[in-house]
Structure formats: C-alpha cells, structure tokens
Design a protein around this ligand. Structure first.
Ligand code: ARG
Length: 456
C-alpha cells in the first residue's frame, strides 16, 4: 500500500523496515477509539469553520460505516498498513475520495495515538474495576461463610494467635479495596484530552479543544502540547497499580497453594480449577494459583519495560513510544484473565474448618492469652510473659498443651492462676474476646464485611 507520508521520500521502504516499523498487529484493538475520536474531530473542524458541514457529515457517515463494517466482519483490518490510524484514514479516503483527506487537518498521529490510548485504557480500567468488585463480592461471601471458623494466624509462618478464616479473607478484601482506589485515581489523571496538541506545538487553526474533550468524555485538556503528546505517565501509573494488584493476587495465591497442600489441608479447590500430573496419580495441583503467582512477574516486567523505554526520551514524540502499547496491553490482558480465574477458583473453594481448628490447637497459639490472663489479675505484662514462656517450655518437654496442663502445675508457677483459666485460654474465647476494631471477633469481621460491601 502506498505510504500516506510519501512526499519528502518516495515511501519505497524495504519490507523488513515496514514490518519493523508497523504497529497495526497490536494497535488494531483501538479501532473503535480511533474512529470515535475522528468523528468528534470532524465535527469540531466543521463547528469551527475549518471544513464545511457537508464534509463533516460525509466524514461522520464514512467513519460510522467503517466502524459498522469492522464490527460485522464486512471489513477486515489490513495488516499491511502501518498502524490503525493509517488504516482508518486510508479506508475513509478510498471510500470518500478527497473528503477523506480533510480529516487529518489540525491533527497529528502524535495527539491521535495519545488520545486513542487514553480512551482505550480508561475503558480497560472500568472493566478491571468491575472484575475487582466481583472478586470482592465473592470474597465477602466466603468471609461470611467462614466468619467463625478458627484457624491459626501466622507470623514468620509460625503459629501466632488464633484468628478466623473469615478474618484472614477480609485482609485481602482491604487490599483489593485499595487497588480499586488506585485504579480510580489513575483514571482521573488519565482522563485529560491530548487531542489538539497536534504534532507537538499546537496549531494555527482555530480549533476547540474543550469541545473535543467534552464530547469524548474527558474531564479536561492536557495543558501543554509538548507534554500532551509525550506523556505516558498514565500508562506507567496503570501498570504500577496493576503490579500492586497482581502482588496481592500472588500473595493470596501463595496461601491457597500452601493451604491445599497435604501438610495444611485447610482448603480444597474444585476439580474445575485444578490439574493432575501426567505421572503421579495422586496429584491435584493448584496450577491456577501458581500461574497467577507466575504471571505477577510478567506484569512487573511490563512496568519495568515501559519505565526503561521512557527514561531517556527527549521531548516530544519519539518512535520509541510505540513500544508503550505491547506492555500496557499485556498488563491489562493478564490482569483481567487472572482476576476472572482467581474469582472462579475462590468461589468454588471450600475450607476444612476441622483441620484449621486442629492446627490451631497444637501450636501454643493461646500463649498470649495465657499471659493476658495474668495481666488481668494484676501482674505486669513482662512478668506474665515470662511465666507463660516457661509454661510453654514445660508443655513441650512433657509433650502436652496449655489447655491440658493441671492446675497444680499452673499454681506452682504463679498463684494467681485459677480454674477460670481454662475458659480464658480456650480458642473460642481467644477469638471471641478480640473485639477491638479490625480484630478477629465475629462481630468485628461482620463490620469489615459490611464496610467492604458498602464500598463496592
Ligand atoms: N503507531 C504510532 C505509535 O504507536 C503512532 C504515532 C506515529 N507518529 C509518528 N510521528 N510517527 O506511537
């Protein structure tokens, strides 16, 4: 196909140079944004008297026809074109003749591509946010189901204090709520229109940038034309927000993998979200969770690739910036897939409260409550801590647990111990008494669930 920019050169480039230069095989996904942007651009040109109203009408109909033909499959995207912007303009000119050639007045591909990415990505943010909300909905339902299921809470992966499975799940809900906020915040800065910045310096035509911004759903316009065409901060911000989101899914996945190991047996995944081994007949692997953990590295890679591409670029547009798309598209595609798979896996996951409770019974997980018991009877915390530690050491030596140690032994260590102790260090009590805000008691977890629901 003849180069639209032939003129200064004869446009007769080597095939390998064309292939290397071309971005249509990945930017074609922005065809709708490109066409919508062009429709409003044509309208603006007519409103400002830059082209005639008849031409603007022809452009609008021509563009609408291309959009329809693309969506119905009547028109295929020609991968020989350099990029999606060139393709749309070429088809328009084929169909309309000279009128089609008027569209690119007071515009450059530099502001056009910046416009298209912003429009495309803000749609992606909306989709991703919706997927996060769906995951949050599933998560709060699970938390509700297991709000009283006692499990060991860990620090250093050592049993620390008893918590409920619902409480543990709600920790992830809080992370995901912050992810939603980060996405909304990123969308806000993204939603400024670059169209009208033109190649870099603005234009001599009497354009109306506010009109285009408003009609394309933007909150305002980029205030410096050089910045407007060379800014890709919004891509970096989105990939950062997506990296944090993936980091959360990855930590959660890691726990799911641990929990369904034979050592833990805290949860079991539905067969629909597991795989088997080709050689070991007993295996049921959490491949979905492992892949989500693995793909987190890939999204971090997308972020690093883009940051590295941008770091040495002088103003304004440079062709390096075409590399933004594969990173950001890979990031959004990966995250969308991971969110859907994770939600399905979580929705069909069942917990095994007996095993969780059994694990909580074995690790002196109520030692803090033992110390707190003495504190409530008047002993200073440090002294109580020491006595409790000695009692744990004794239990380990005698191969028993705090709940089964006879009162005579307790009283040898401190005479403040009394028979109400056993009730005080029962796992149920340890959980039920942690009513502090954000704590593990059922009432507190219910409050957390209500809060998250009110936010989605
Ligand atoms: N395909 C290009 C990109 O993705 C469009 C902008 C081209 N602009 C230019 N001056 N060559 O960045």
């Amino acid at each position: 196909m003849a180069k639209m920019w032939a003129g200064r050169t004869d446009g007769a480039t080597e095939k390998i140079a064309d292939d290397f230069n071309s971005s249509i095989h990945f930017d074609n996904r922005m065809y709708k944004e490109d066409i919508t942007g062009s429709m409003v651009h044509g309208e603006m040109l007519a409103k400002q008297g830059i082209i005639s109203h008849e031409d603007a009408e022809a452009l609008r109909d021509g563009l609408a026809g291309i959009l329809e033909d693309l969506e119905t499959g009547k028109l295929a995207i020609d991968m020989e074109c350099e990029d999606i912007h060139m393709f749309v303009e070429a088809v328009l000119t084929q169909r309309l003749g000279d009128v089609g050639k008027r569209l690119h007045t007071a515009r450059s591909r530099n502001d056009q591509v910046a416009l298209d990415i912003r429009m495309y990505l803000r749609g992606q943010i909306d989709e991703i946010s919706q997927l996060v909300r769906t995951l949050l909905d599933t998560l709060t339902q699970k938390a509700e189901t297991y709000k009283a299921a006692i499990m060991p809470g860990y620090t250093h992966l050592q049993r620390a204090q008893p918590i409920t499975f619902g409480h543990h799940l709600m920790a992830y809900a809080m992370m995901l709520l912050r992810d939603l906020e980060r996405l909304a915040d990123c969308r806000k800065r993204m939603n400024q229109s670059p169209i009208g910045c033109c190649a870099l310096a603005g234009t001599t035509y009497p354009i109306d940038r506010e009109y285009e911004a408003k009609n394309l759903g933007f909150d305002g316009v980029c205030r410096n034309s050089l910045d407007g065409v060379s800014d890709r901060d919004f891509c970096v911000e989105l990939l950062s927000a997506l990296s944090v989101l993936m980091m959360h899914l990855s930590r959660f996945s890691e726990e799911v993998i641990l929990w369904c190991s034979w050592e833990f047996q805290f949860v079991s995944l539905s067969d629909a979200y597991t795989t088997g081994s080709s050689i070991m007949p007993q295996k049921k692997n959490a491949d979905m969770a492992e892949l989500i953990r693995g793909k987190t590295g890939r999204v971090y890679g997308d972020l690093m690739a883009l940051l590295t591409t941008l770091k040495g670029l002088p103003l304004a547009y440079n062709k390096d910036m075409q590399e933004d798309k594969e990173s950001i598209f890979d990031g959004v595609d990966t995250v969308k897939m991971c969110l859907q798979v994770f939600t399905g896996m979580l929705a069909t996951m069942t917990a095994n409260p007996q095993n969780m409770k059994r694990a909580a019974q074995k690790g002196f997980i109520n030692a803090t409550d033992l110390a707190d018991y003495l504190v409530k009877k008047g002993l200073p915390f440090r002294s109580a801590y020491q006595i409790s530690g000695q009692l744990v050491a004794l239990c380990i030596q005698e191969n028993t647990v705090l709940d089964e140690l006879p009162m005579e032994i307790y009283q040898k260590y401190c005479e403040l111990f009394d028979t109400d102790l056993y009730e005080a260090i029962a796992l149920e009590t340890c959980v039920a008494k942690r009513t502090s805000q954000g704590g593990t008691s059922v009432a507190s977890v219910e409050e957390q669930i209500q809060y998250v629901r009110s936010q989605i």
